[in-house]
Design a protein around this ligand. Structure first.
Ligand SMILES: [Zn+2]
Length: 142
């Protein structure tokens, strides 16, 4: 909003939160099986928290899911709450990195983290998350 000319103080006082969302396909419960994930996938997502996932799942395909392995969709979220700390800093700077660090201290969970939690819960596949959710390498340091 600041980039399009809205003064930072107005953004800080008017915005209560910003929600980012992606839809991913849900694994079909009727044909869900545990699978191994490739070392390539593990290596490419190292540092994002994939190390914490013990079991991965996918659907093998059945009449319920029309042999796709997926049935319906679920949302993955990132909710940035405008905390009092963030409000104070936003009136002084619009540096994205600095704002993200403060939001993180205030409990911001990144989109990819929510997505990986849903992989861990067996709701969606790691392949689906990789294709639909951005993995920003700069966020790993925050
Ligand atoms: Zn199925």
């Amino acid at each position: 909003m600041v980039d399009i000319g809205i003064p930072a103080y107005l953004v800080a006082s008017a915005v209560t939160g910003i929600l980012s969302q992606r839809l991913v396909r849900r694994i079909c419960d009727n044909c869900k099986v545990e699978v191994e994930v490739s070392e390539d996938i593990r290596a490419s997502l190292e540092g994002f928290g994939i190390e914490r996932i013990d079991k991965f799942y996918r659907g093998t395909g059945c009449p319920k899911c029309l042999n796709t392995g997926y049935y319906e969709r679920i949302a993955v979220y990132e909710l940035l709450r405008m905390s009092s700390n963030l409000r104070k800093v936003l009136s002084k700077t619009t540096d994205e990195q600095e704002l993200l660090i403060i939001a993180r201290k205030d409990g911001l969970k990144f989109l990819y983290e929510d997505a990986l939690d849903k992989v861990k819960a067996g709701l969606t596949t790691i392949e689906e998350v990789i294709s639909k959710v951005p993995f920003d390498y700069s966020l790993r340091e925050i």
